[in-house]
Ligand binder design. Sequence first.
Ligand code: NDP
Length: 499
Amino acid sequence: MSLREMLGKQPKSVTSHVGGRFVGAEGTPIEVVDPAQEAVIALLHEADGDEVDAAVAAARSAFDTGPWRGASITERQRVLMAIHDRIMDHAAELAELETINTGIPLTQTQGMHVPRAAHNFRFFAETINQLGGEAFTQERDVLSLVTHEPVGVCALIGPWNMPLGLTAMKIAGALAFGNTCVVKPSELTPLTVARLVELVADLLPDGVLNLVNGRGQVTGAALVSHPGIDMASFTGGTETGRAILTALAKGIKRPAMELGGKSASIVFSDADLDYALDGTLLGSFMNNGQMCLAGSRIFVQRPVADAFIERFAARTRNLKVGDPLQRGTEIGPMINRAQSERMLRYAETGAGEGARLLAGGAPYPGGNRGFFAQPTAMLAPDNGLAICQEEIFGPFATLQVFDEEEEVIAKANDSDFGLVGYVWTEAMERGLRVSSALRTGTVLVNTPIVRDLRTGFGGYKMSGLGREGAKGSRAMFTEEKATIIARGKRTFPAMGVSG
Ligand code: NDP
């Protein structure tokens, strides 16, 4: 029997993991659905305020009195590498589970998401040995040392669009720098993170890695407003980020926010157009288009615009939509019905605003189950349209025509978001010039998505606060301490002597 059939017959029970034990199974469970089949595949036990209390208390106690915070770098590296190996030993199972739960094609979960989840742990195992502190000696009689200490209990809140990879990045960073944590995955996609916690439970001291599940408004809100946490690292939508920031502000807790995007992909007429076409398609439609860094707001320079747009539309119509477990499927279902309907409403909104439908814009005709929608492309007359300004988070690309470099830079920057920019040109001087003009945290020149964990990933403007990556994650997960040491007896004014 396949994993999908097994889950369909006997949905998995997903509970919290607190202080080294799986707890909680009572209460009405939340149904977790396979978006391709609309079948219930898991029953999620929702953690209430008391259970969140217990998870934070377990993490607090493990941080304050447990061995993890003071463990040597060698010991932390050993554990992080063991987690890496455990993930890779179960890579096939995790990829299939991720595909069943999210609808992301198996080729992508197998080829990218699961290896990336494992790599996060390897990366931080290497990084903690390489990132040093600082020493200053400007004052001759004083040595100033800057060191980094674990921040404490980290609340780690992940999204549904790439649950294992993105949440693993947070867990790996938090653990690497000596913290303990409480993880809250999306209620829509809890399965792989729960399995990860199960798989690595014996590798960590009790209370270091705790898991709570449930709706954001209930479990998530209880976690981020809990006085016992020291920081929260969140990946998700901008509106949710705002609510979490408000909760954190009350306790003056540190936020790290990876939020939404509406990234421009600029195709200059001197680009290698076949290559740029491949790149913009992948940048728009990978992960079913449900990507924060999707480069789906595409600008094409006029001399090549007609040909490029026609070919982009034809390739969009040709994308293979279907069962994400099948080899060859390029686009799976949206995460739920609300999301697929929302995406299709944008096609209507765009048409009402004067955009021209080039491809898709309707429910997927094949099959009567699953939250499938046709990949969609629209030609937009103006960057101010809602379809060019709002994050749609589905396989939906807009195309616009431009004439001049300055004009397209202004249009690319005309967005509330500032996550990523893509530039396609054979002139490297232009690539660098446009990169420095774009108000985004990352610019990719002549390539779709590449993530180098040594560099920080995060956004300008409403795309977030902070960076994830080597130094960015250290800033997120550590407190910086200055220790000022007198090298010998110093001379300073003596007080209260003559008085
Ligand atoms: P949401 O903002 O809806 O949810 C993200 C997480 O926050 C979920 O676990 C959710 O729980 C939880 N949550 C919701 N409300 C609260 C609350 N009040 N307090 C605490 N936690 C809460 O985002 P999505 O899951 O819909 O993810 C898609 C969004 O994530 C897109 O906007 C995308 O751009 C962004 N994203 C950003 C990335 C980046 O690196 N910048 C990367 C990937 C995605 P539940 O789902 O159970 O309600």
